[in-house]
Write a protein that binds this ligand. Sequence first.
Ligand SMILES: [Zn+2]
Length: 114
Amino acid sequence: MKERCTKYEALFTFADETTLQEHLKVCEDCRKEQEEMDKVSELIGEVKPFLKKKKTSYHHLKVACILFALVIGGASVGVVGTNQDVMDYIKYGETLSAEDLGFPVDSYGFLLVE
Ligand SMILES: [Zn+2]
């Protein structure tokens, strides 16, 4: 019994159309593979409009998600970045006073300027 030809995939992937067609003429195994492939292509052709439509709406959803994340993320970064107290609170768990930062302060906690 002759071994099944395994060239189809390689030819289909790497060879040009003519080489593939030439081989298909002499190789029954690969003709069968080609038929299967045609069936699959047909099937893909049938569901493609549906898939494309689905993909488009998915794409829109993705864009919406990214925009949403950017707006939320951007907004919170903006607030945190410009508010030192909030940054301190996040980093140290409390708002630091001038004294905590090691500056000389008077009894009111204000910066001592000599
Ligand atoms: Zn073959």
